[in-house]
Design a protein around this ligand. Structure first.
Ligand code: BGC
Length: 426
């Protein structure tokens, strides 16, 4: 609510300074052909030298997780913005573990001495998804090592505990078993697919019934789909990740908990690094060092890893104890909510894509935040929504990079950075 009010004010202020109303941004849906740019970039800078911010999907090898340093160093104004996947994964695992310990006496629904959980996996080639699977298995004692790291492969089903990618764990005398896990990919290839998760929980429930004591998901989109389809009625605690508003609200109805990846800080950083590069100021401006409007972040909400050219927001667990503080996921982060002056920071055009216009987290939390911050930072952002499956669906709409001053890129596949940089290098 507050975020909306602030946005209205920001737009009004922008209108007074004759700032283009197009700054509210527009979303071109998937499959809508080439984006119309309506204007041109304000500088004569070559496309290859324009600021680039990779966000949410870090350029990396989807099999090994190795960072794509060529993409991260595309030019001197290239950065990545995401969140600390390992810290968040550990928090998610600990949140589930703490819940089990606190409800030890009533959690085993069929009293067979085994706490059974099922796990919805987002994308087996996505660093964040891999980290979350590992974090949960590690905390619950079900992890096994493979090639020097925790095995994050989906197991299919594991009725009798014989799966080799996991093992049975033990928590305070109770056995813990991963009964089933699966990558939630739909038939067209879209990952983190909530509808697939909603269907799968039905299949799992008919195979395992009251052996399922806990449902865990790599994100809230899939978690809420399973909660609404099955676990809410069956009173089975379900844990997700992202702290989307609907998931936070569901905590009051029995959703077990979620993790805030501080999307309010990430969305700010995504646009802020571009703003700083366009202003030609130190990259830390408005981040670790207050800017001329007083925007600044404290180091308990983010970290910068210079070698990786990456900003990572820090995560916070959201449970029945504190969910009241997280009810509006689209509200800007107070310490960085001050409007920049339009004469000192004139309007610039930014091309920004979202890999899948139907992605729950990106469309319901991240994009509304970006739309609040673009006004505050005087950035005129063109939002392009992909289909979540094919990179070309998005790159086809980057036909006129000369029309933009900067780019924020969310890839379908983390290996595909060169599909974008090759366009900017032409
Ligand atoms: C979010 C997921 C989302 C994914 C998209 C992750 O950080 O937790 O909900 O689907 O990003 O890349």
């Amino acid at each position: 609510m507050k975020g909306n009010a602030r946005r209205v004010l920001a737009v009004a202020a922008a209108a007074v300074t004759a700032f283009s109303m197009a700054a509210c941004g527009s979303t071109s849906g998937s499959g809508s052909g080439s984006s119309s740019s309506g204007g041109s970039a304000s500088s004569g800078t070559a496309n290859k030298d324009k600021p680039v911010c990779w966000y949410n999907r870090q350029p990396s090898n989807s099999s090994t997780g190795e960072l794509d340093m060529t993409a991260l160093n595309f030019n001197k104004d290239t950065y990545y913005v995401g969140f600390d996947a390992n810290q968040g994964a550990e928090l998610q695992g600990t949140m589930v573990l703490d819940y089990i310990k606190a409800h030890k006496d009533e959690i085993d629904r069929n009293g067979d001495g085994v706490i059974g959980y099922v796990l919805a996996i987002g994308d087996i080639g996505h660093n964040d998804s891999i980290a979350r699977t590992r974090g949960v298995r590690k905390a619950l004692g079900t992890a096994v090592e493979k090639d020097g790291a925790i095995d994050s492969a989906p197991i299919g089903t594991n009725t009798d505990g014989s799966a080799t990618d996991v093992q049975d764990g033990e928590i305070e005398g109770l056995k813990v078993r991963e009964l089933a896990s699966q990558e939630m990919k739909n038939s067209a290839g879209a990952t983190w697919d909530a509808a697939t998760a909603g269907n799968t929980i039905g299949t799992w429930a008919s195979s395992f019934g009251d052996q399922i004591d806990i449902v865990v998901s790599n994100n809230d989109g899939m978690g809420m789909s399973m909660f609404n389809a099955w676990s809410k009625d069956n009173k089975v605690p379900t844990f997700g990740y992202d702290a989307n508003s609907d998931a936070v609200a569901a905590i009051a109805e029995g959703y077990g908990g979620t993790i805030s990846q501080h999307a309010d800080v990430q969305a700010y950083l995504t646009l802020r690094v571009l703003r700083n590069a366009l202003d030609g100021v130190d990259i830390d401006t408005g981040i670790g060092t207050a800017d001329d409007a007083g925007n600044v972040l404290s180091d308990d909400v983010y970290k910068y890893v210079a070698d990786e050219r990456s900003y990572y927001a820090l995560n916070v667990a959201v449970t029945a104890d504190n969910y009241q503080d997280f009810t509006d996921a689209t509200k800007t982060y107070e310490p960085v909510s001050n409007q920049l002056d339009a004469s000192a920071h004139p309007s610039k055009k930014v091309w920004l894509d979202i890999y899948n216009a139907a992605d729950n987290f990106l469309s319901s939390t991240y994009q509304p935040l970006l739309q609040n911050y673009d006004d505050l930072l005087n950035l005129d952002v063109e939002y392009v929504g992909g289909d979540g499956q094919t990179e070309s669906n998005i790159t086809n709409r980057l036909g006129n990079p000369g029309a933009y001053d900067a780019f924020a890129i969310n890839m379908v596949k983390t290996d595909n950075a060169s599909s974008y940089t090759s366009i900017l290098s032409q």
